[in-house]
Design a protein around this ligand. Structure first.
Ligand code: DX5
Ligand code: ZN
Length: 223
């Protein structure tokens, strides 16, 4: 399977979301990455279920909902009802990550566990069998447009090695400061879902940037 591109709508122009959505629908983007922030887990507030519902009515693509909120277990059902296909919660934001992951799966969504840059992979070693995706933050969550933390590459390699040894294959998603400059390194390390906010929406031609991100790694193949 080729890797997936998940543009983060946080960097979109909110005065024309229907147009941004239309652009994504016609592009090679695989998923919509939707960042939910509560002003407690992260120092910023973004949007909630109503906007997820709105995007659900605009696209058939996968809605990848990244919950950066405290006590995410309280809101899993409502985000699923709003149309989320993948729901990721932060291991730092819940006391009962295993239970919350089961809750997500019971809701019918795919379950992701997210890690802040300082959180070691060992924090999730005991729930790797249970998750559909591991989301590694490559910036401190809360804002778009930040600088990629380079140590993420080592973290991806470390995670990939553990997964290979245990014969597990959840998605490995990288979020924060991802663009054409580091995509190839991330994919080589073992990532297979790239979130890209500013690098897509602030580029001159977002559709083309998505295409270029999608084609990273293919250039050495001969057709
Ligand atoms: C940050 C969010 C990211 C963000 C990425 O807290 O989780 O999804 O939108 O934006 P860029 O790609 O601009 O770093
Ligand atoms: Zn995100």
């Amino acid at each position: 399977m080729s890797h997936l591109i998940a543009p983060s709508l946080l960097a979109a122009d909110f005065s024309k979301l229907a147009l941004e959505s239309d652009m994504l629908n016609k592009s090679l983007a695989d998923w919509y990455h939707l960042d939910v922030m509560d002003g407690r887990f992260v120092p910023n507030i973004s949007y909630g279920q109503m906007l997820i519902k709105c995007f659900r009515s605009l696209t058939d693509k996968v809605l990848d909902v990244h919950l950066m909120i405290e006590e995410p277990e309280k809101y899993i059902a409502s985000f699923r009802e709003a149309g989320a296909d993948v729901i990721s919660i932060h291991v730092e934001a819940t006391r009962h990550a295993h239970r919350a992951i089961q809750q997500i799966k019971e809701s019918g969504a795919k379950a992701g566990i997210a890690l802040n840059p300082h959180t070691p992979i060992s924090a999730i070693e005991n729930i790797l069998e249970d998750v559909d995706m591991v989301l590694l933050m490559s910036v401190n969550p809360g804002f778009g447009g930040q600088k990629f933390i380079y140590n993420t590459i080592n973290k991806v390699k470390q995670l990939k090695a553990i997964l290979t040894e245990r014969n597990l294959n959840p998605y490995i998603e990288i979020d924060g400061g991802v663009g054409l400059q580091n995509a190839e390194k991330l994919l080589q390390a073992g990532a297979n879902v790239l979130v890209a906010g500013s690098s897509v929406f602030k580029s001159e031609n977002p559709t083309d940037t998505i295409k270029r991100l999608k084609n990273v790694g293919l250039k050495n193949l001969h057709f």
